[in-house]
Every structure is written in structure tokens, then in C-alpha cells.
Design a protein around this ligand. Structure first.
Ligand code: HEM
Length: 401
């Protein structure tokens, strides 16, 4: 058992349509536990790319998220996107306590209400698109406004504040080096906003998710004021752009694959399963997210990771692991089998996954139903893709019907 010798520089800047990053692919097949350097942060990290190893790192207590706090860990963005108090960098038992409280906000009875709200928002957006007439940009009319409108509805954020909040969240995701000061300012502004809003909501509860979270109880446990403010902020930031981009990506994937599109149109009942497969297949981001730190020496796939080492996982490569999925690089809407890892895995699995899935199902289902002749308005090669942040998505998606 030897540590991998060579460390590679990994820009992870690949963003060609929905093609898979060849560097990630190479690492997964040739060196499933590899040593990498990233565009920002000090030193090196491990990158773990196979499905089973990713599952180990995300579920085994010997890998800690809180141990990254205070370390200038190798990462994709100039400024770490998360705050030190956020759930993303906590370990059990603190994280399990919070997750248990927050997941109450996404319980089936609340999800039912959220689905109805989502359907209203989607219907209104598609009415507007129809009124605008063919051709129209699907990004502008659906992908862009829907998740923000939905998460703001769900958190009950006043209409007048929404644009500013989105702009702050965008600034924090930007990977440009000269963006660091702006990112720090945006984070502080968002924090101040949510401290005020959540304090107000605790005193004057309504029907929204913040009020539900303020009242959530697990035995004697409740969320304190700071936890509530940070959680509301995390839900806003992580909740909107990811879903926007996935709506664009999924629509693009279907509109450029006539066979799969026809299959889905002829059997709309298969939509939930098809969306799971699309989520598996689509490389929705560049590179990696927040790492963990090994708290003791651990062996993974024959490589020794030492206590104190930084460890990144790739959910993207796990989704394409040929040891887990037959024909991993093929989009097969009828696929059943292991769950994808697009919402992460283990102790930090996406808390908003039920809401995100609802939004995708309602948006794509309504779109296909209302526009039976929907097509891309230009050749697929002419669609322009985002190159400037960690997310991969079409900048615009012109369609005709
Ligand atoms: C399609 C859209 C989405 C995707 C692809 C996505 C994906 C992810 C991923 C990969 C993680 C991180 C797992 C890790 O740290 O290892 C995550 C965490 C998280 N997501 Fe999502 N997400 C989406 C939508 C949402 C929405 C709509 C919300 C909120 C309403 C949300 C809230 C969260 C939260 C709070 C966490 C942190 C969980 C923790 O660290 O314990 N996400 N998500």
C-alpha cells in the first residue's frame, strides 16, 4: 500500500456542452485515489473518484468536515462558499441534530404544499412564455426565474428583496480571483439580512419554511437564532442556482436527443425515473466541492491516506463508475439500479433534494405537456455554455414550438 506518487494540477475548467471532463474521466479510470492541486488554496489534496470509495468517505466518521475549518484548503473558488457555522462543515452529532430538525421542513405534508406552489409558479411562467410567442429563451422564461421564485415563496422572502439576494449569491459562486473582496462583502450582507428576517419570523411565525424551522423540535432540541439565520441563508444560496442550471441542462439533454424525448412524451408517467437518470448522467458542475479531512490514517483502494490529509470526492465520476453502472456514459431513461450521487451522499446529502426534484418534475412535465412540438431554435453546437463559475449550464436555450 503506497501513497500515489505524482500530484497533478487540476484546473477542472472543462465546460463543453454536457460532455464529461476528460481529466476527471482519466483520474477515475487510471488513478481512482489521486493526488491533486486545485486553482485556489494551499497545498495538495486527495481526489477520490470511484462510487464505493466516495460512499466510504461520505459516510465514515474518520473523514471530518469540521476539520476543514481554519484551513486554506485546495478548492475551486477564491473564497470558500460556506461559512464556518454552516451545516456543510459540521460533523455528527451537531450536523445530525441540525439535519434532523431541517428535514422536518421537507416532510411529505410540507412537500405537498411546496408542489402546489411550484406548479403555480411554473404555470404562470409558461403562460408568459406562450404569450411572448415562439421563439423564446427557455433559460429566461423558465430555468432562471423558477427556482428563485420557488425558494423565495417557500421561505416567504419579500418580492422587493429578491433580485439583490440573488446577485449576492451569484457573486459568492464566481471563480474569478479579483472577486474575493466582493464575495466577502456579499456573504456579510446576506448574513445580516437573514439575521434580521429570521428574528422577525420567530417572533411572528407564518406558514413558510423559516417559520416551520423556527418551530421544529426534536425532543428538547430546537434551532437557535444563529443556526436559523445561517440555515435560511444556506437554503437560499444552495437552493436556487443549482436548480436553475439543472433545468437548463435537462431541457438541453432532452431537446438534443429525439429518441429519449419521444419516449418521454409517449409515456409521461416515466418522468420521475427519467429525471433521476438525467441527474446521474449530467455533469452539473466543474471539479469538486467542499473536502473532508482524514482524522486518522485510512486505506482506500490500496492508497494510504494520512491523518490530517485533505480529501475531495467527485460525485460526478461516481455517477459514471462502470463498476456500478452498466454503460455508464449512456443516457438510458429506463435505467434502474444504484442511486446517483448528484445530491451528494451520506452525512451531507442535499437537504433540499425533495424540493429540487419536485421543481424539476413540475417544470419539465409541464413544459413537455404544454409544448408538444418544442424544439431547439438553433443547432445544438450554437448553444453557448457558462465558462466563468463552478456550474455548467447553457447561458441561453432558444426554443420554438
Ligand atoms: C438540482 C438541484 C440541486 C443539486 C444538484 C444539489 C446538490 C447538492 C450537493 C451535491 C450537496 C453537497 C453534498 C456534500 O456536501 O457532500 C448539496 C447540499 C445541500 N443542498 Fe442541495 N442541491 C440542489 C438543490 C437544492 C435545493 C433546492 C436546496 C434547498 C432548498 C438545497 C439545499 C442543500 C443544503 C442545505 C445542503 C447542505 C447539506 C449538508 O451539508 O448537510 N439543495 N446539494
Amino acid at each position: 500500500m503506497e501513497p500515489a506518487a505524482v500530484s497533478r494540477n487540476c484546473p477542472f475548467d472543462y465546460a463543453e456542452a454536457l460532455e464529461f471532463d476528460p481529466v476527471l474521466k482519466h483520474l477515475m479510470t487510471e488513478e481512482p485515489v489521486s493526488r491533486i492541486r486545485l486553482p485556489h488554496g494551499d497545498g495538495e489534496a486527495w481526489l477520490v473518484t470511484g462510487y464505493d470509495d466516495v460512499r466510504t468517505v461520505t459516510t465514515d466518521r474518520r473523514f471530518s468536515r469540521s476539520a476543514v475549518i481554519g484551513r486554506n484548503f485546495p478548492r475551486m473558488t477564491p473564497e470558500p462558499i460556506v461559512q464556518d457555522e454552516a451545516i456543510n462543515v459540521m460533523d455528527p452529532p451537531g450536523s445530525s441534530r441540525l439535519r434532523s430538525l431541517v428535514s422536518k421542513g421537507f416532510a411529505p405534508r410540507h412537500m405537498e404544499r411546496m408542489r402546489i406552489r411550484t406548479q403555480h409558479v411554473v404555470d404562470e411562467l409558461l403562460d408568459r412564455m406562450e404569450k411572448h410567442g415562439s421563439p423564446a429563451d427557455l433559460t429566461e422564461h423558465l430555468a432562471d426565474p423558477l427556482p428563485l421564485a420557488t425558494i423565495c415563496e417557500v421561505l416567504d422572502i419579500p418580492e422587493a428583496d429578491r433580485a439583490q439576494l440573488r446577485s449576492h449569491a451569484r457573486t459568492m459562486m464566481d471563480v474569478g480571483i479579483d472577486n474575493r473582496d466582493n464575495a466577502v462583502r456579499a456573504k456579510a450582507d446576506l448574513r445580516a439580512y437573514f439575521e434580521k428576517l429570521t428574528a422577525h419570523r420567530r417572533a411572528n411565525p407564518g406558514e413558510d419554511l423559516i417559520s416551520t424551522l423556527a418551530a421544529a423540535r426534536d425532543g428538547d432540541e430546537i434551532l437557535n437564532d444563529q443556526e436559523l439565520a445561517v440555515m435560511a441563508m444556506v437554503l437560499l444560496i444552495t437552493g436556487q442556482d443549482t436548480t436553475t442550471y439543472q433545468i437548463g441542462n435537462i431541457a438541453y439533454a432532452l431537446l438534443t436527443r429525439p429518441k429519449e424525448l419521444a419516449m418521454l412524451r409517449s409515456d409521461p408517467g416515466m418522468l420521475p425515473q427519467a429525471i433521476e437518470e438525467l441527474l446521474r448522467f449530467i455533469p452539473f458542475r466543474k471539479g469538486v466541492g467542499i473536502p473532508r479531512v482524514a482524522t486518522e490514517d485510512v486505506e482506500l483502494s490500496g492508497v494510504r491516506i494520512l491523518a490530517g490529509d485533505i480529501v475531495h470526492v467527485s460525485y460526478l465520476t461516481a455517477n459514471r463508475d462502470g463498476r456500478k453502472f452498466d454503460r455508464p456514459d449512456e443516457l438510458d431513461l429506463e435505467r434502474t439500479g444504484p442511486s446517483h450521487m448528484t445530491f451528494g451522499w451520506g452525512g451531507h446529502h442535499c437537504l433540499g433534494a425533495p424540493l429540487a426534484t419536485t421543481e424539476l418534475q413540475v417544470a419539465l412535465g409541464s413544459l413537455l405537456e404544454r409544448f408538444p412540438d418544442l424544439k431547439l431554435a438553433k443547432p445544438a453546437e450554437e448553444v453557448r455554455w457558462n465558462k466563468t463559475s463552478i456550474w455548467r449550464y447553457p447561458l441561453a436555450l432558444p426554443v420554438v414550438w
